[in-house]
Design a protein around this ligand. Sequence first.
Ligand code: C5P
Length: 218
Amino acid sequence: VPFIITIDGPAGVGKSTLAQRLADHFKIAYLDTGAMFRATAWKLGEDSWDWDSSKIETALKSFSFTLSGSGSNSVLSLNGTALTNDIRTETVGMWASNVAKIPAVRVFQKIAQREIGNTTSLIAEGRDMGTVIFPQAPCKFFLDADLEERARRRFSQLEEMGKPANLTELIEQIGARDDQDRNRKEAPLKAADDAIIVDTTKLDIDGVFKKLVAEVKK
Ligand code: C5P
């Protein structure tokens, strides 16, 4: 039976970095479900969140996500093509948040994500991993941090990717995206009742990593 660890939390909290490090440490795959929503939004295109549900459902029928590799070398592909950093901007993040409100998109993602988790041990990262997609996971984390600290982390991340952003703008964008994710009807961003909640505002990545590894081993 595949082993699943879930990590949920708001944007820029460090989920991806920690999930990849945990996946390397435990030698299992890393599933970035935010990337699945980003790629979906990117491929459907701008304004797709205004489409009616049958148009969305028809479009989604031609989408197939696969996960290969392990640890930080895990590769997510859509219809056989590996996802790239093109989907990593805040603009695409907001598109993703917009399509993530559509019930048909969430149903599609749930099926795709569970299919991957049925055959592969995973560190699954997102917004609803512990609450909706893998509620049976034996180990669940919810990471949080102050908005400004998260914007600073995202700022450095984007800079490293060669996609420099403006910090003031990022604070606004990430704040707006989190509000939308927290307040939506379907699978809102929140901690599962049995999740271990870690406030990472004042912790460095190594500190959080050690804390999470110790919790998994319990
Ligand atoms: O994690 P990331 O910032 O890449 O996610 C982009 C957006 O995708 C989120 O703001 C959220 O609206 C949506 N998402 C979601 N459920 C997930 C993962 C991401 O709704 N499990």
